[in-house]
Design a protein around this ligand. Structure first.
Ligand SMILES: *[C@@H]1O[C@H](CO)[C@@H](O)[C@H](O)[C@H]1NC(C)=O
Ligand SMILES: *[C@@H]1O[C@H](CO)[C@@H](O)[C@H](O)[C@H]1NC(C)=O
Ligand SMILES: [Mg+2]
Length: 250
């Protein structure tokens, strides 16, 4: 009887071992890959991985989970809470030139739906496909950023939206898309014109911010999902980097 019991236990243990080896090899959520992808995302967000063109193939599922199962939203909420705390502590100069700069794509409005079709960034940047998506005007508001946007306007700041989107081909659709997602009453929407064609995002955005300062604007805060939104000159008193594990704009 005792011998039979031991045999059953031994067989059960063997079965468990075999199954764990099988599941280890079959699972798309391999714990080793998950751990790698978390390290990769941290490196990307801290700008240590530079430059990067695509999401590693084995991280496509990881990036999807991050984006659509709540963690991305919680990260955004926490960052925007920091921004709101900062906003509440500012005493405005009050001359109508107290300003904030907000980026547009994946800062105010989201392209996650488009990037889903590109395997969450595992496929390389595809300008014609992105343009075809952008002209539909289907980007959705990123709620924690919309909340900051409204708070800034209520508190008397001038919100200036600064984007690398092409003015000529995407001007009207961008205005409409922002408007239908609740981004109303901003001071200016600045898009890339022919004069800045070919310039890196850092150069282009620095140039524009410098011009705004020359006009007399005081840039209290600057929000973007890319480091190139925040680097360079005239970056603003505080910068807020939003997560984006889908793509990198140099
Ligand atoms: C930024 O910080 C400096 C130093 O703390 C302060 O004098 C200035 O008023 C702040 N605001 C802007 C918009 O520069
Ligand atoms: C920042 O300003 C310096 C000095 O004016 C200039 O040489 C440099 O090109 C600027 N950098 C950017 C990214 O605009
Ligand atoms: Mg962006």
């Amino acid at each position: 009887m005792a011998k039979q019991g031991l045999l059953v236990l031994f067989l059960l243990a063997l079965l468990c071992k075999v199954m764990s080896i099988r599941s280890h090899h079959q699972s798309t959520k391999d714990p080793i890959d998950g751990s790698f992808c978390l390290s990769w995302r941290l490196a990307v967000e801290t700008n240590n991985e530079l430059p990067w063109r695509t999401v590693p193939n084995k991280c496509s599922q990881y990036v999807e989970d991050y984006l659509i199962h709540g963690q991305y939203e919680r990260d955004l909420e926490l960052i925007m809470e920091q921004a709101l705390n900062y906003v509440n502590g500012i005493s405005l100069v009050g001359d109508g030139m107290d300003a904030w700069i907000l980026d547009v794509d994946d800062t105010c409005i989201s392209n996650i739906y488009y990037y889903k079709s590109k395997n969450y960034g595992c496929e390389p940047y595809d300008p014609p496909a992105f343009r075809a998506w952008a002209v539909k005007g289907w980007c959705t508001a990123i709620p924690p950023v919309l909340k900051l946007f409204n708070k800034l306007i209520d508190n008397g700041f001038k919100v200036i939206l600064l984007t690398g989107r092409d003015q000529e081909s995407l001007g009207q659709v961008t205005v409409d898309n922002l408007h239908n997602q609740g981004f109303i009453a901003y001071e200016r929407l600045i898009m890339r014109t022919a004069a800045y064609k070919g310039q890196s995002a850092v150069m282009y955005k620095s140039n524009i911010r410098k011009q705004l300062e020359d006009e007399g604007y005081k840039i209290w805060g600057n929000v973007g999902d890319q480091w190139s939104d925040l680097q360079g000159n005239s970056s603003g008193n505080r910068t807020f980097k939003l997560p984006n594990p889908m793509y990198f704009v140099p």
